[in-house]
Write a protein that binds this ligand. Structure first.
Ligand SMILES: Nc1ncnc2c1ncn2[C@@H]1O[C@H](COP(=O)(O)OP(=O)(O)O)[C@@H](O)[C@H]1O
Ligand SMILES: [Mg+2]
Length: 262
């Protein structure tokens, strides 16, 4: 895919333009313009109800925008279906709902790898499942990246909580996306599991050449892994910048951090 714009200027991998989402009387996403460059790790932060999850759900096309446009690799994806967006290279790490508990770790990753392929391919795969080395390769690369290759034969239901959450990340990676979206990947994890997940997030970008958009409430993690931070409040972008810039931004202190010492 050619990522350079017609004029020769580098264009963003993902852009939202005037994105609005209203739920009845409530504006959850209020005229949001963001641009994510290829290879960046960007965190989206903001208080509860700021519209972070809604923004991600608009990008993955799980929600219909009220107004505005979403552009990925230079093309509008606003009218695409969620599966088309996955095939185009956007993946989201879902909650545990995306895991099939009765299937093994490997089977879960295989199914996710197939999600990136076309329908006819999928049907044929289940008839002739040994004939698709590209799926085997993607499955293995993914499980190695999330450190679950040794547990590939284990039914997903038998994994400890932290490993399950890493399998979710693996499932999101198995379609070999260009852009990975993560919504609070460390929620509910023990400190050890959180540390393991943070190193995983830091490694996947290097190993798989990903662009990452991370929603995370733990500021320590945000400051550790982000190249850039976008701050949402009441559906609007109120600040954007490097971790250093955000840390010193008085609007952010006021709206979000409530004067908490960072
Ligand atoms: N499906 C929905 N129907 C109605 N209101 C919603 C829906 N989803 C989210 N909201 C509202 O939109 C606002 C933003 O929610 P959300 O995006 O989940 O915030 P965050 O992830 O930042 O906590 C909240 O006020 C929430 O109650
Ligand atoms: Mg949320």
């Amino acid at each position: 895919m050619d990522h350079s714009a017609a004029g020769g200027a580098l264009m963003a991998l993902l852009e939202t333009r005037g994105l609005v989402k209203r739920f009845n009387g409530l504006t959850a996403t209020d005229d949001v313009d963001i641009a994510i460059e290829e290879g960046e790790r960007v965190s989206v932060i903001g208080p509860n109800g700021a519209g972070k999850t809604t923004l991600i759900n608009l990008i993955t096309r799980m929600l219909e925008p009220t107004e505005g446009d979403i552009v990925f690799q230079g093309e509008s994806i606003t009218d695409r279906a969620p599966y088309e967006v996955v095939q185009q290279g956007i993946s989201k790490s879902f909650q545990t709902a995306s895991i099939f508990p009765e299937l093994t770790v490997e089977e879960n990753a295989e199914i996710a790898a197939l999600g990136a392929e076309h329908g006819s391919f999928r049907l044929n795969f289940f008839r002739h499942r040994n004939r698709y080395p590209e799926v085997d390769d993607a499955t293995r690369r993914t499980l190695e990246a999330v450190n679950l290759w040794d547990q590939r034969e284990v039914p997903a239901a038998d994994l400890p909580y932290g490993d399950k959450r890493r399998l979710e990340i693996g499932i999101a990676l198995a379609s070999e996306p260009d852009l990975l979206l993560m919504d609070e990947p460390t929620a509910g994890m023990s400190p050890e599991e959180t540390n393991a997940t943070v190193s995983l997030i830091e490694n996947v970008k290097e190993e798989l050449g990903l662009t990452l958009v991370l929603i995370e409430h733990d500021m320590e993690i945000v400051f550790e892994v982000s190249d850039r931070i976008i701050v949402l409040n009441r559906g609007r972008v109120i600040a954007e910048g490097t971790p250093e810039e955000i840390q010193g931004d008085p609007d952010v202190q006021e709206a979000y951090l409530g004067g908490v010492e960072l």
